[in-house]
Design a protein around this ligand. Structure first.
Ligand code: S3P
Length: 448
C-alpha cells in the first residue's frame, strides 16, 4: 500500500554464533507471477507457499480489482479464479502497488492489451522509479500512458484494442521489462518476441509454459530471443512457490560472517538465472553445501548448509549481474569482512531499484568504517579481514534489502549497527526479525 507508517529504527549487535534452521518465505518473483497468471487463466489456480509480504499482497488486491476471484486460505495457501487472457475488467479505483516495482510493471504489461483503463500509483520509492522502460514497449502494442514527467507514477494506462504482437529489444537487462512485454503479448494477435542481451530471470517463461502458452527462447546473434504465440488459452495450475533465494541470502551471509555459525536453509529455489550470489560466495571461499538437490514445480531446489568461513575478495564478472542483481547489497556487506577487495562492475541497474542501492550501500558502509569506491556502474569494497568497526546508522530509503543487509552486518561488527527505518522489510520478508532471532541473532527495534 502506498504511504508508509512511522519509521521503525532498528539495531543489531554481535552475540553468539548463529545456529539452527532458517525457513525463509516464498519467492517474491514467483509469487507475483502465480497471482497474475492465475488471474489470466481459466479455472482455479491453487498456490501454496505464497510470500505474504506487502508487495505480493498488493498484487493480490490488484488482481481482485481487475476481476479475478482471489482467496486467502491461510498459511500461504491461496486460490485464484481467473478471468482468462484478455478478460481483465476495468478497476473502479486507483491500483496501489505500494513498494513493488515487479508488481506494477508486470500488471501494467498484463492490462496493456485489454480494452480498459487503469491508474497506478505506489509509495514514495515506487513513485521515483522509471516507468518509461515499460510504457515505451507497451506503446508498440498500441497502449497509451499518461504519467508524470519521465513516466513516473501515478500513471494512467489506456489499454490497446485488437493489439498485434511486437518484437522488442530490451535496452536494459530486466526481467520486469521482459515479463511486461510477454504478458502484454498474451492478448495480442500473432507472435511477440523479446530480445535481451543477457538472460534475466526466466520465471515468467517457465510459468507461462506451465499454464499452456507456446513460448520458447533461442540464442541468436542479437541475444536471447523469447517468442510467445498470442491469444493462448491459459489453464489454471497448482503452484508450489519455492523459497526465495534473495531472502535466503540474508541468513546465508550472516552465517558466513558470524564466527562459529552453522545454519541450514532448506528448500531454496536455485534457478540458474537467480543463483549468482551463491556462485560468488563459493569463489570467495564460503563453506556452502547443497543438499537434497531436486526439482519442484519446474524450478531446481536444494537445502543449503552454511558454515562460518574465512573469505577472500573477488572480482564479480559483470555478466553475472542479472543472476544476482538483488544480492549486491548483502554481498557488499560480506565483502567488508573478506580479505582483499571485492570488485562489482556492470551494476548500474542498482541505481534504479527501490532506492539507488550503490549510493545507499556506499554511504552506509562508510558510516561503519568501511572503505568504498563507487562509480555510475561499479562498486569496490575494501575488505577488512573480519575486523569491521560498525557503530553507525545507515539510511534505508524505503528499501527492504538495504535494511536487512545492515541488520546482518551488525551481527559481526565490533559495535552495533543501526538503521533509520526497517519498515520496508515487511515488503519481502515479514518474518525476518523472528527468523533471525531463532538463529540467535540480536536484532531489535529501538524505542520499544
Ligand atoms: C524481478 C526482477 C528484477 C529484480 C526484482 C524482481 C522480477 O528487476 O530486481 O526484485 O521479479 O522480475 P529487473 O528485472 O528490473 O532487473
Amino acid at each position: 500500500m502506498s504511504g508508509h507508517g512511522a519509521p521503525i529504527p532498528m539495531t543489531s549487535r554481535k552475540g553468539s554464533a548463529l545456529r539452527g534452521t532458517a525457513n525463509v518465505p516464498g519467492d517474491k518473483s514467483v509469487s507475483h507471477r502465480s497471482l497474475i497468471l492465475g488471474a489470466l487463466s481459466i479455472g482455479e489456480t491453487k498456490i501454496s507457499g505464497l510470500l505474504e509480504g506487502q508487495d505480493v499482497l498488493d498484487t493480490a488486491r490488484a488482481m481482485s480489482a481487475f476481476g479475478a476471484d482471489v482467496t486467502d486460505h491461510g498459511e500461504g495457501n491461496w486460490s485464484v479464479h481467473g478471468v482468462g487472457v484478455g478478460g481483465f475488467a476495468e478497476p473502479d479505483d486507483v491500483i496501489d502497488c505500494g513498494n513493488a516495482g515487479t508488481g506494477v510493471r508486470l500488471i501494467m504489461g498484463a492490462m496493456a492489451t485489454c480494452p480498459i483503463n487503469a491508474t497506478f500509483t505506489g509509495d514514495a520509492s515506487l513513485r521515483s522509479r522509471p516507468m518509461n522502460r515499460i510504457t515505451v514497449p507497451l506503446q508498440g502494442f498500441g497502449a497509451k500512458s499518461y504519467g508524470r514527467s519521465n513516466g513516473y507514477l501515478p500513471l494512467t494506462m489506456v489499454g490497446a484494442r485488437d493489439a498485434m504482437g511486437i518484437t522488442y529489444k530490451s535496452p536494459h537487462p530486466s526481467a520486469q521489462i521482459k515479463s511486461a512485454v510477454l504478458l502484454a503479448g498474451l492478448n495480442a494477435l500473432g507472435e511477440t518476441t523479446l530480445i535481451e542481451e543477457s538472460l534475466t530471470r526466466d520465471h515468467s517463461e517457465r510459468m507461462l509454459r506451465g499454464f499452456g502458452a507456446d513460448i520458447e527462447t533461442v540464442e541468436t546473434s542479437e541475444g536471447f530471443a523469447t517468442t510467445l504465440q498470442g491469444r493462448p488459452e491459459l489453464v489454471a495450475q497448482d503452484i508450489t512457490v519455492p523459497r526465495d533465494p534473495s531472502s535466503a541470502a540474508f541468513p546465508v551471509c550472516a552465517a558466513l560472517i558470524v564466527e562459529g555459525s552453522e545454519v541450514l536453509v532448506p528448500n531454496i529455489g536455485l534457478n540458474p538465472t537467480r543463483n549468482g550470489l551463491f556462485t560468488t560466495l563459493i569463489e570467495m571461499g564460503a563453506d556452502i553445501t547443497f543438499e537434497n538437490e531436486r526439482e519442484e514445480g519446474g524450478e531446481p531446489v536444494a537445502d543449503l548448509r552454511i558454515k562460518y568461513s574465512d573469505l577472500t575478495g573477488v572480482e564479480v564478472p559483470p555478466e553475472r549481474a542479472p543472476t544476482m542483481i538483488d544480492e549486491y547489497p548483502i554481498l557488499s556487506v560480506v565483502a567488508s569482512f573478506a580479505t582483499g577487495k571485492t570488485v562489482m562492475r556492470g551494476v548500474k541497474e542498482l541505481r534504479v531499484k527501490e532506492c539507488d542501492r550503490i549510493d545507499a550501500m556506499a554511504r552506509g558502509l562508510e558510516n561503519m568504517g568501511v572503505t568504498i569506491e563507487e562509480g555510475e556502474d561499479f562498486m569496490i569494497v575494501h575488505g577488512q579481514s573480519g575486523d569491521v568497526k560498525g557503530g553507525g546508522t545507515a539510511a534505508t530509503h524505503l528499501d527492504h534489502r538495504i535494511a536487512m543487509s545492515f541488520m546482518c552486518m551488525g551481527l559481526a561488527t565490533q559495535q552495533p549497527v543501526s538503521i533509520d527505518d526497517g519498515g520496508a522489510i515487511a515488503t519481502s520478508f515479514p518474518i525476518f526479525e523472528e527468523l533471525m532471532g531463532g538463529l540467535n541473532a540480536h536484532i531489535e527495534r529501538k524505542n520499544r
